[in-house]
Design a protein around this ligand. Structure first.
Ligand code: NAD
Ligand code: UDP
Length: 334
């Protein structure tokens, strides 16, 4: 399969590109490098051992992307990862988030129509379940109510747009993958999470404390009704996620579908700090702080549908993710 990855230079997209190549598919990349670095594509090519075509452009620049697609022959499917993803930024600048995330998706859908591509895997998020869900979160549960921020609402809105497209075009095949908390890095140490701004997700913060770049981890809330009082999430290794995209592409069927990608096993903030401390051999100081507004106490996936429909289950552990993340950070620090 020849697969266009929008946002293919990013954290998840770069791992998906390598996994697709390893499974015998041919990735092509469009990325505007707004949250990634140009050198990533060379590392993807090195790991994939193939000359992957790549265009540096905003997907909303439909003329450039159209020219790129026309120059590279038939494309069978799109994995649409491009978008803005910083929750806090989306609260501060909602217009930019709705603009980029929604208009990028509409541009990609128009490009697909113009180039006769009718298969898409979309990067959705567990955030679409909002605050109303019961654990574990299952795909047939309610979505949309109580989503805590504009970023999450863009994911929900895009899922609705994709449902409408599938209803209008019966041949259109689309799976929204609802990622839980992606963590880890490529075991080679060549790819990992390298956002251009200040990190706000837990693992990049913990990693910076382990590396001595930040003084301590601020734990947001110690009075949750959880095993140790800190928030629990479902941390899924990016290599497992990447494999999930390959399976989703291979199993695409007409209509809209949504599938969770998670481990089904919640881990607390303290679990993550301990696991990263073990992996890095560094002490990780932390401070106990108030809850972060909008955070859920617990979120973890029902993983039955992914197993049944995609034959996919997460294989790597939180310890694997910490080890690979630390290796990647050590390698990039050199
Ligand atoms: P990332 O920022 O590393 O990757 C996104 C890539 O898209 C970046 O390389 C960026 O330069 C590019 N991009 C952004 N806007 C673009 C545009 N208009 N045109 C072309 N390229 C553009 O993020 P990621 O963690 O790899 O996430 C990939 C997708 O998965 C995103 O849609 C994100 O919302 C979604 N997602 C991520 C997480 C997570 O925690 N990492 C969780 C759930 C869902
Ligand atoms: N968290 C924390 N300190 C931080 C960042 C996150 O205690 O500096 C907690 C947060 O409250 C949540 C968990 O870590 O319980 C995962 O947060 P993250 O932002 O990584 O993911 P999300 O909340 O979007 O699931």
């Amino acid at each position: 399969m020849r697969v266009l990855l929008t946002g293919g230079s990013g954290f998840i997209g770069s791992h998906v590109a390598v996994a697709l190549a390893a499974a015998g598919h041919e990735p092509l990349i469009v990325d505007d490098l707004s949250n990634s670095r140009g050198g990533v594509v060379e590392r993807i090519r090195e790991l994939a051992r193939m000359p992957i075509p790549a265009l540096v452009a905003d997907v909303r620049d439909e003329a450039s992307v159209s020219e790129f697609l026309a120059a590279h022959g038939r494309v069978d499917a799109v994995v649409h990862l491009a978008g803005l993803k910083a929750v806090g930024e989306s609260v501060a600048d909602p217009v930019r988030y709705y603009d980029v995330n929604l208009s990028s998706t509409l541009a990609v859908l128009r490009l697909m129509s113009a180039h006769g591509i009718d298969a898409m895997v979309f990067s959705s998020s567990a955030t679409v379940y909002g605050s109303a869900g019961t654990m574990p979160l299952a795909e047939d549960g309610a979505v949309g109510a109580g989503i805590a921020n504009p970023y999450g609402r863009t994911k929900y809105m895009i899922e609705e747009i994709l449902r409408d497209v599938c209803a209008a075009e019966p041949s259109f095949r689309c799976t929204a993958l609802r990622y839980f908390n992606p963590v880890g890095a490529h075991p080679s140490g060549l790819l990992g999470e390298d956002p251009l701004g200040v990190p706000n997700n837990l693992m990049p913060v913990v990693a910076k404390v382990a590396g001595g770049i930040l003084d301590s981890v601020s734990i947001f809330g110690t009075d949750y009704p959880t095993r140790d009082g800190t928030g629990e999430r479902d941390y899924v290794h990016v290599q497992d996620l990447a494999r999930g995209h390959v399976r989703a592409l291979e199993e695409l069927a007409p209509g809209f579908d949504a599938v969770n990608l998670g481990t089904g096993e919640p881990a607390s903030v303290l679990d993550v700090i301990r696991a990263y401390g073990d992996a890095s051999g560094r002490e990780i100081p932390y401070r106990l702080n108030a809850r972060r507004p909008g955070d859920l106490a617990v979120a973890f996936a029902d993983v039955e549908k992914a197993a049944r429909e995609l034959g996919w289950t997460a294989e790597l552990t939180l310890a694997d993710a910490c080890r690979d993340d630390w290796r990647w950070r050590q390698a990039t620090a050199d």
